[in-house]
Design a protein around this ligand. Structure first.
Ligand code: PLP
Length: 394
């Protein structure tokens, strides 16, 4: 008999009942250190008091009105995002996949309005993840996501990872209107795109007249030690997707764009019932205020450096379990010699939560507020997990 919850997830038998900072409490009382943060969502920790206050204050006043009316919280958050980024304008969604939908629509509408409606092709890269909508799975092209869901939305072409020749050949196709890329691949296995490559992509897009879209749903919002990961490379996109950390745990996403890239999206071309609602935007504004306060991002980088150094030690101590560390800031991947699912499971037994990814990676995406003491404790628990694995047959 089918479970009452549609069984699209293989869930761990863990029932968390309370969260506080980097800690999650299970129904049975066990306290776990959370290095997953709901997949990079609880960027400021569980039950962050400032976010709880922003949410409850708004909840007591007004939950929902519809985008038929002006929403001051939405305006304030858009103003803040525009002030802190490359963007001139923002549309709010409830999730990353909805942001992907709009990014695709915006790029195609741009070329349509420019009188080049043939420029519908969007190039993506192997291992990418942009969500689970029909557009987002077509963008990924990965067999495990698209199989059985044909006909797919046409107009996407997935290129091999880090293959400059394939990219240079692909952009000769006159129908290419946009390139969509995660500056750090998340689900694909925490693979950062080198700064020179992001610079090269920007240059290529400028030369060929192609829109550059960054998906910063997972790697953005402070996770790499800058507000958005692409800032390290000193380049800006035309369109950017955000979600996950932007709401700190409240469902919120956004598409940020330059005035030029957004020029086709006039009244009536897109909409969302819940997108940009007062609750989400009140929380999102507080998240932005905290992350852009002096010293916050520097603190993330310092903690990230400390964690990375500890992880290098962990890898060296367990060469039969781990192969190396990669990533950027507090989006880190432990490359495993054992099945990542087994490493994650051993972590549960040692009361530390991690998240598997492709390419034999176990992801570490802790709240950005994790302390040095918590990092030490987390790595101690990972060490215990690895030790337990070493005594088990592979
Ligand atoms: C999670 C994720 C998405 C999809 O976001 P949802 O909120 O799950 O729809 C898109 N892109 C990237 C890079 C992601 O990590």
């Amino acid at each position: 008999m089918i479970p009452s919850v549609l069984p699209t997830y293989n869930r761990a038998p863990l029932h968390f009942v309370k969260g506080e900072g980097c800690w999650l409490t299970e129904e049975d009382g066990r306290r776990f250190l959370d290095l997953g943060a709901g997949i990079a969502v609880n960027a400021l920790g569980h039950a962050n008091p400032d976010l709880v206050a922003a949410l409850t204050e708004q909840a007591n006043r007004l939950w929902h009105v519809s985008n038929l009316y002006e929403i001051p919280q939405q305006q304030a958050l858009a103003d803040k995002l525009v002030a802190e980024t490359f963007a001139d304008t923002v549309f709010f969604t409830n999730s990353g996949t909805e942001a992907c939908e709009l990014a695709v629509k915006m790029a195609r509408k741009y070329w349509y309005e420019k009188g080049q409606p043939e420029k519908t092709t969007i190039l993506t890269f192997e291992g990418c993840f942009h969500g689970r909508s029909s557009a987002a799975i077509a963008a990924s092209g990965a067999e495990k996501m698209v199989k059985g869901f044909a006909p797919l939305l046409p107009g996407f072409r997935t290129l091999p990872w880090a293959d400059h020749e394939a990219l240079n050949a692909a952009v000769e196709d006159e129908t290419v209107g946009a390139i969509l890329i995660e500056p750090v691949q998340g689900e694909g296995g925490v693979r950062p795109v080198p700064d020179q490559c992001l610079k090269g992509l920007r240059k290529l897009c400028d030369e060929k007249g192609i829109l550059l879209i960054f998906d910063e749903v997972q790697c953005g919002m402070g996770r790499t030690g800058r507000l958005f990961a692409h800032e390290w490379a000193g380049v800006t996109p035309d369109i950017m997707m955000s979600a996950k950390g932007i709401g700190g745990g409240f469902p919120l996403g956004a598409v940020l764009a330059t005035e030029e890239a957004a020029s086709g999206m006039v009244a009536g071309t897109h909409g969302s019932t819940y997108g940009g609602n007062p609750l989400g935007c009140a929380v999102g504004l507080k998240v932005m205020q905290i992350m852009t306060a002096p010293g916050f991002l520097e603190g993330v980088s310092a903690r990230a450096g400390f964690l990375r150094q500890k992880l290098e030690g962990l890898v060296a101590a367990h060469p039969d379990v781990f192969e190396g560390v990669r990533g950027s800031g507090l989006i880190l991947g432990l490359r495993c010699k054992r099945a990542p699912a087994d490493v994650v499971k051993a972590g549960y037994a040692a009361l530390v939560i991690t998240v598997p990814a492709a390419d034999n990676i176990v992801r570490l995406l802790p709240p950005l507020t994790i302390t040095e003491a918590e990092i030490e404790e987390a790595v101690k628990r990972l060490d215990a997990a690895a030790t337990a694995l070493e005594t088990q047959p592979a």
